[in-house]
Design a protein around this ligand. Structure first.
Ligand code: FE2
Length: 454
């Protein structure tokens, strides 16, 4: 019943977004206040001739003091306004990377490549690379990855940071980088216990130290804990810690093909009981791919009641999962179609950029959406044309962002694509011509010129 009509979704989202956001605006989103402050003395700009999301073509956007001031057809330029003519191009809110690991980015082959392509060899390779980790090393690689992401139209990034390191080197580097780049990129950091909370020496203590140092969200990794009991107690601990520090949650949840991996039911139940569902995210949930339908149908009721968010990483999930299958070989991607149809919020992430878990990956979320649609068989026309929501509005809800979207009064953050609409941008992989932050140009690319000589 038109469930994926993006207009309906957006209206619904705005309503729900506002109510779920008000509770946390005070605590975590200091970045946005900062962005608004910058807007006071920000750009005065007139963007002409564009289509906004799935709206009509030929719309102009006036930006005054770095904020959206007026949106409509036939706006006339004013004194002191820079005019940028993008006639026939598509404008979207900036892309949001809702799941990536910046601390491991750009380390592929160090000290060796993950030849089996399994999650677990990846964890082994990374624990070797961790021995040589330095503050400068993390800052340099994460900074390069973030700039690469910006070129592909991203302005908001939620990065998991491995805190199973007694020195918390990566976390120190990323907390500093979050501050240094805040005028250009909004970075959320998740305390991610790569080797477990209960199954790693002083795991709980490291999580608590990360919370004190200033992460935005608390993570967990229930499917990697030694026992089912540890899995449950690690989630109980993580929920309590998040509440104690007033933080968001994002759990690497059941990232395995084991149909018996059921951390999700515990996470959703605790979120429901604590009344924090919209502030909680379950990432991956690849085991859900293998759950029997009777269990899934029972589970989906709980998931809806809890109001938690989901992030799927279709490229890396299809690469890492199904590795111990012969044939038929499972895809290992969570049930995005069924969750979406049930009205549950799902966003898409890249997960890894050239690291032990993904030998490739550029940060370009177009590749993620394209792969996600194919692998989840979400190829109905409305599913394709609405799919930018996975890396824009849905992800904004996952991240609990405020001041997001092309609406009068919001900070003028947006991107311009070299395409007439999302369908063509997605299908042709059209470049992001410009990425604007508070009306200021963060990155620019040339349009692709295609010439055929016959
Ligand atoms: Fe991940």
């Amino acid at each position: 019943h038109g469930r994926l009509d993006p207009r309906l979704l957006r209206r619904k989202r705005n309503r729900e977004g506002n109510s779920s956001m008000s509770a946390q605006t005070e605590g975590n989103n200091t970045h946005h206040n900062q962005a608004s402050a910058m807007g006071e003395k920000g750009a005065n700009l007139l963007i002409t001739g564009v289509r906004i999301e799935d709206g009509p073509a030929g719309v102009d956007i006036r930006i005054t003091g770095g904020k959206f001031a007026e949106i409509g057809a036939g706006l006339t330029p004013r004194e002191g306004e820079e005019v940028r003519n993008y006639t026939g191009k598509l404008v979207l809110p900036p892309y949001i990377e809702s799941h990536v690991h910046l601390d491991t980015a750009l380390t592929s082959g160090q000290p060796r490549y993950n030849e089996s392509g399994t999650l677990f060899e990846g964890i082994e390779v990374w624990s070797e690379r961790k021995q040589t980790l330095t503050y400068e090393d993390v800052k340099d690689r994460a900074g390069r990855a973030l700039r690469q992401q910006a070129q592909f139209g991203i302005q908001y990034v939620r990065s998991h940071v491995d805190v199973t390191d007694p020195d918390l080197t990566a976390l120190r580097a990323l907390i500093d980088l979050r501050e240094e780049l805040k005028d250009s990129m909004t970075l959320q950091l998740v305390a991610f216990p790569q080797e477990g909370i209960e199954s790693f020496p002083n795991g709980r203590d490291l999580m608590r130290r990360a919370a004190e140092m200033g992460v935005d969200a608390i993570g967990a990794i229930p499917h990697f804990e030694f026992t089912r009991e540890y899995s449950v107690s690690s989630l109980n601990f993580a929920v309590e810690l998040a509440q104690e520090y007033g933080l968001l949650m994002d759990v690497h949840c059941d990232e395995i093909d084991d149909e018996a991996s059921r951390g999700l039911e515990t996470l959703a139940t605790r979120a429901l009981e604590a009344g924090i569902g919209p502030r909680v995210t379950a990432s991956h949930t690849t085991a859900m791919h293998s759950y029997n339908n009777a269990y899934f149908l029972r589970l989906v009721r709980l998931l809806k009641m809890s109001g938690i968010n989901f992030v799927s990483n279709p490229l890396v999930n299809t690469h890492l999962q199904g590795r111990v299958d012969t044939y038929p070989k499972r895809r290992g991607v969570t049930r995005v179609k069924e969750l979406t149809e049930a009205g549950i919020n799902v966003s898409f992430g890249q997960d890894d950029i050239e690291d032990p878990w993904n030998p490739m990956g550029t940060g370009n979320l177009r590749d993620v959406v394209l792969n996600g649609l194919y692998v989840t068989q979400m190829m109905a026309r409305s599913e394709i044309t609405g799919s930018y929501n996975f890396i824009t509005h849905n992800a904004a809800r996952t991240l609990n962002l405020s001041d997001y979207g092309i609406e009068v009064g919001n900070t003028a953050n947006f991107i311009v694509l070299d395409a007439e609409d999302w369908f063509h941008a997605l299908s042709f992989g059209s470049p992001v011509l410009a990425n604007f932050r508070a009306g200021r140009v963060l990155t620019e690319s040339e349009a692709v010129v295609r010439q055929v000589n016959f």
